[in-house]
Design a protein around this ligand. Structure first.
Ligand SMILES: Nc1ncnc2c1ncn2[C@@H]1O[C@H](COP(=O)(O)OP(=O)(O)OP(=O)(O)O)[C@@H](O)[C@H]1O
Length: 808
């Protein structure tokens, strides 16, 4: 179909598309238009990766806005939200207004009311619904990108329920769902009352295969030689072979750490192939990368880029990511090693794709687990650059003949799995039932059932009774915890329930926090603190940083001493450790795993600091004890962080990456903010102590340093150095002599200039979480750890992150 023949779109569109090199629609796009996607019809497009799905959605949104409406584009990742915003901003020249909403959740995003197109993550949209954003009523078109993620056990139910709510709010809403090729696209179409375009058409041919020994084995039965030299890894051999043919390679690995390590190694393969001109240009890109941030990651990335290689993962700053993507698209960077995040949408096609790791560490399943066919096909779909390559090639790597056969069976010849709703799981239902009742979508048991009828689960199940049973159990749970009340057949959220829903907490997390805070207030566990010589006689446990006491913290010994001093006075405030442990044991925080040998160490710590914990400690024989100890490990990591222990020491001690530390800290901040609100609402009087623990965790520095640490590009280490040099706060810094700053920062002129410049303004990303807002950290950029509950946004990279925790 010629672009001039697309009905109902703005007049300027055909010329705009032509200017972009798009003269006619790809066949699946043509089918979508014929199915009425520009005329308000619902549509599910199940089309291979990189086959032009975004244009289908764009046509629907532009046509909807042309009719005077407003469109919402739901993405699974924050990184994709910025990419899509940039893509849609090209329409601002025609008077359209585009807004993006991710990150900290403003209560109802009022400023979005005037936008024509809004881009947001599914968790953000869920929170907007919970906060009653009035502009949601004006929506005329909603696009759900990567809708097959409804199958995701953690985040799927949020997308599913959010779509159901938007459709209930506005029965005339046009729904356009974009999906990778899946086994049961018709089930999605049925659920959404939508026409279906189910196609395996690709703009460029894709050959899948496996490398084994010295040869490539392709799915068409052909074999070609691809020798691996002595001491060379197969991935390096493939990259070298592709380079000799002037092509680029995208290598998918299973963790951020592996991505970084692979890029470093592959740079030595690529480097000898670079021309002098390429080297100069790459050196410039490397300089720009170093400018983005002054961290080890930044240095490692810049160094790899100088050698023509790069890594890409959700833990990178967005500035890093776009520089890498651009240099790869410009064919300057010849190989990128990436975590699967890159497969989920970012437009970086490549001659060859290598899926190096087809297993990933999965804590819940207890070890390395194979990736799904869908995921592997998504990665493979990135192979082949339209207009540049005759075809794309996507390869797995086998280490034995058996594995060669297995990989063909498992991935090359296999069809993707069908997508199945994960809604009927307790954690998901407990969260979404509360939110559904609290935001007025249902006010009775029957109403809830009716609402749930609008979900994919209801359209897929043959077992209605199961959903009803789990639902009844969850209503009872919510009533028992005072989040919901029943009056005859009516259901209503209590004021506490409303708060929990708005805070975006899993109700089970809220219940754990409330129980712990109440237990502390009542003085439970006090007897233990007082009786044993325990806490007072032992040294404060495992003080961080070379055995020093954490600055400014109340410790177990202080507590016990307080208790001895005055039996009659009120219980002292909980310690930061006690509060970190409380939030670390909620399902909204991914705990750190106990490694072998850890158990004994943390058991000791548990007994040493027994007086500090809120609520009772399970007995050693209780199966819950191990989880409780894992939470203690997480809590001690947070305490270390908040006590200025160097980041390298923290990462080393807990066997995690810097991104994981930041993720845990952000999740703790969010949960402590929520705990503060709950304590306030329940009149528990513990809010100031919680706030202090939160602020300490936020910057990871003692109070005197928080102002300095809040200056962009200062951070913990530099704040300490500046403070030691007599610069005590941002005002001092503004006035400071450059040579003093230079001295404190150990001679980095460029950094000193940047820091001085930044002292003049406040970096909002470093600001504390507003307790009224209690924003959940971003769910998709490595910020939040995943919840065990389907409620809040778990980072899809979580499993990937877990892999760095194992010994793999
Ligand atoms: N009809 C067309 N003619 C020429 N190029 C097109 C056409 N439609 C899309 N493209 C281009 O193809 C590329 C891939 O498209 P796009 O990113 O929309 O694919 P996608 O299916 O959305 O990918 P993903 O699987 O990442 O969601 C883009 O560069 C886009 O501009």
């Amino acid at each position: 179909m010629d672009v001039a023949d697309i009905p109902a779109v703005p007049e300027w569109l055909p010329d705009h598309l032509r200017a972009d090199g798009i003269e006619s629609l790809y066949p699946p796009q043509g089918q979508a238009v014929e199915a009425g996607v520009t005329e308000g019809e619902n549509l599910v497009a199940s089309v291979p990766t990189a086959s032009g799905k975004t244009l289908v959605a764009t046509l629907a949104m532009l046509a909807s806005v042309e009719r005077g409406g407003k469109a919402l584009y739901i993405v699974p990742l924050r990184a994709l939200a910025s990419e899509k915003r940039e893509e849609f901003e090209q329409f601002e020249q025609y008077g359209l207004d585009v807004g993006v909403s991710t990150g900290n959740y403003e209560s109802e995003g009022g400023w979005l009311a005037t936008k024509d197109i809004v881009v947001a993550t599914s968790e953000k949209v869920d929170s907007l619904v919970r906060n009653d954003a009035p502009w949601l009523d004006d929506l005329t078109c909603v696009v759900s990108d990567e809708v097959h993620l409804v199958d995701d056990g953690q985040r799927g139910p949020t997308l599913e329920v959010t779509l159901a709510k938007l459709r209930q709010l506005n029965p005339d809403l046009q729904t356009v769902a974009l999906s990778a090729t899946i086994g049961n696209a018709e089930a999605l179409a049925e659920w959404l009352d939508a026409a279906l375009v189910d196609s395996d058409w690709r703009p460029i041919d894709l050959k899948k295969g496996v490398h084994y020994g010295q040869a490539l084995h392709l799915e068409d039965g052909s074999q070609s030689e691809l020798p691996v030299r002595n001491s060379e890894k197969p991935t390096a051999a493939i990259v070298r072979d592709t380079l000799e043919d002037e092509g680029s390679t995208l290598v998918f690995v299973n963790s951020r750490r592996n991505a970084e390590a692979a890029a470093g190694r592959l740079a030595s393969t690529v480097e000898p192939h670079l021309t002098a001109d390429e080297r100069d240009q790459l050196a410039e890109v490397a300089d720009e990368i170093r400018e983005v941030s002054d961290t080890d990651t930044s240095d490692d990335l810049a160094e790899a880029v100088e050698g023509g290689a790069a890594f890409h993962h959700a833990g990178l700053a967005s500035g890093h990511r776009s520089l890498v993507e651009e240099a790869f698209r410009d064919r300057l960077v010849k190989v990128v090693s990436a975590t699967p995040t890159l497969a989920a949408g970012v437009n970086t096609p490549s001659r060859r794709v290598v899926v190096r790791d087809w297993r990933r560490y999965d804590g819940t399943a207890g070890g390395m687990q194979p990736l799904s066919v869908l995921e592997v096909h998504q990665m493979m779909g990135r192979a082949g650059r339209p207009g540049l390559d005759p075809y794309g090639e996507a390869l797995l790597i086998a280490n034995s003949h058996d594995e060669l056969d297995e990989l063909f069976e498992r991935y090359v010849w296999a069809d993707p799995e069908p997508v199945e709703s994960k809604l009927a799981a307790e954690p998901a239902l407990r969260t979404h039932i509360l939110a559904t009742v609290a935001s007025g979508f249902a006010n009775s048991r029957e109403g809830l059932l009716e609402f749930l009828e609008g979900t994919l689960y209801a359209s897929q199940t043959t077992e209605r009774g199961r959903l009803e049973r789990v639902m009844d159990d969850m209503i009872e749970y919510l009533e028992r915890n005072e989040f919901m009340e029943r009056d005859g057949g009516d259901l209503a959220a209590t004021s506490l329930g409303h708060t929990v829903s708005r805070l975006y907490l899993d109700p089970m997390s809220a219940a754990e926090i409330i129980d712990g805070l109440r237990a502390w207030q009542r003085g439970d566990g006090r007897a233990r603190a007082d009786d044993g010589a325990s806490a007072a006689d032992r040294p404060a446990a495992d003080a961080p940083a070379e055995g020093e006491e954490p600055p400014g913290f109340t410790t177990a010994s202080d507590l016990a001493a307080d208790a001895e001093d005055d039996e009659e006075t009120e219980r002292p405030d909980p310690t930061a450790m006690g509060l970190y442990h409380l939030v670390a044991r909620t399902p909204d925080m991914y705990e750190l795993y106990l490694r072998s040998g850890d158990e004994e160490e943390y058991q000791m710590l548990a007994f040493e600091r027994e007086a500090e914990f809120l609520g009772s400690m399970p007995s050693e024989f209780d199966p819950a004890f191990e989880d409780w100890l894992s939470a203690l490990k997480t809590a001690r990591m947070l305490e270390d962080w908040a006590s200025e222990v160097d980041e390298e020491v923290v990462t080393d001690r807990y066997g995690v990456g810097p991104g994981d530390v930041r993720g845990k800290v952000e999740t703790a901040q969010w949960l402590l903010g929520a705990a503060e609100s709950l304590a306030g609402e329940l009149g528990l009087g513990l809010a100031p102590a919680i706030r202090e623990a939160r602020v300490r965790a936020e910057h990871g520095v003692r109070e005197e340093l928080t102002d300095l640490a809040g200056v962009r590009s200062v951070g913990r280490k530099r704040a300490r150095r500046l403070f030691d040099a007599g610069i005590e706060d941002r005002a001092d810094l503004r006035e400071a002599d450059k040579s003093v700053v230079l001295g404190a920062l150990r001679g980095r002129e460029r950094t000193a200039e940047t820091v001085l410049e930044n002292a003049g303004h406040r970096d909002p990303s470093m600001d504390g979480v507003d307790p009224d807002e209690s924003a959940r950290p971003d769910e998709s950029d490595g910020g939040a750890s995943g919840s065990g509950g389907g409620s809040a946004g778990a980072d899809p990279d979580d499993e990937e992150d877990q892999s760095s925790l194992g010994d793999f």
